[in-house]
Design a protein around this ligand. Structure first.
Ligand SMILES: Nc1ncnc2c1ncn2[C@@H]1O[C@H](COP(=O)(O)OP(=O)(O)OP(=O)(O)O)[C@@H](O)[C@H]1O
Ligand SMILES: [Mg+2]
Length: 172
């Protein structure tokens, strides 16, 4: 009888047939983001989390190439277009929520779009409002991307794949 905010009902699913389609989805999401947003990426090794983030960075117009850093946990990509920076975090080696606190993401969070690879069960504490992005990898190398908005920030935001849809099929 209390506030049963049905965030799951706003969840959507997008198919990404290729790495290019995955980048294109990242660009589409970039267009919806603003400073202060937190995106949590999950999915198995090689799922396409970094590939998605590359599209996100391209869409935001940030500096520097987005890679899977081996030793760096967090990297700041400043905007080239006067928008928010992209803070790209790889939580793979982090032990849990306590360790993510240690890297002081709160400092950059308000002026940035913060995206956390391997962020599930680690990065939720960063913000009550977040977009959870879970990538499912299929044997034929296609991917299904599950988008789950959490919190009031995403109310009324129309996410890609609201109805079943295939992201970019190589055109454009
Ligand atoms: N449909 C697809 N979507 C995304 N990536 C794809 C797709 N098909 C093939 N790929 C390839 O799969 C690889 C995905 O690697 P990527 O580094 O993005 O994954 P990741 O989830 O970040 O991995 P890690 O767990 O190591 O961080 C890339 O080489 C990409 O080109
Ligand atoms: Mg990666």
């Amino acid at each position: 009888m209390t506030d049963a905010t049905a965030t799951t009902e706003a969840a959507s699913t997008v198919r990404a047939e290729t790495d290019r389609a995955m980048r294109s989805l990242g660009r589409d999401i970039a267009a919806l983001t603003r400073a202060g947003d937190v995106l949590i990426l999950s999915g198995p090794l090689g799922a396409g989390k970094t590939t998605f983030t590359q599209g996100l960075g391209a869409g935001l117009g940030v500096r520097g190439s987005i890679t899977s850093p081996t030793f760096v946990i967090s990297r700041i990509h400043p905007s080239l277009v006067g928008g928010p920076a992209l803070v790209h975090v790889d939580a793979y080696r982090l032990g849990g929520p306590d360790e993510i606190d240690d890297i002081d993401l709160d400092m950059t969070l308000p002026e940035s779009v913060t995206v956390v690879e391997w962020g599930e069960d680690v990065a939720e504490g960063l913000s009550d409002d977040r977009l959870e992005i879970r990538i499912e990898r299929h044997p034929d190398d296609t991917r299904t991307v599950h988008l789950r908005p959490v919190g009031a920030r995403w109310d009324g935001v129309e996410l890609p794949g609201g109805a079943d849809r295939t992201a970019g099929n190589g055109e454009g």
